[in-house]
Design a protein around this ligand. Sequence first.
Ligand SMILES: [Zn+2]
Length: 85
Amino acid sequence: MFRRRTPQTCPGLEKFLRPTPSFIKCPFCGAEVEIWSDEDSAICDNCGRRVRRDQEEVSCLDYCPYAEKCREILASLKREEDQGE
Ligand SMILES: [Zn+2]
């Protein structure tokens, strides 16, 4: 997998910079739904409904006083991706 330069961020951003999948149980049909660590919700493969991540799972962006800086970094990375390089 290709590695891009990693900006200086706090460790809490790791899950946004290097998303990892996890599985949650679909509340509608009980199937396992894959949800990525940088996403709040995913579509259940089994029933096609949108499943939201547990609200209890907060990221450091929700309480960190420096969250604005990190949001800027994430936003600029996203812009780079959108431009294809
Ligand atoms: Zn489902």
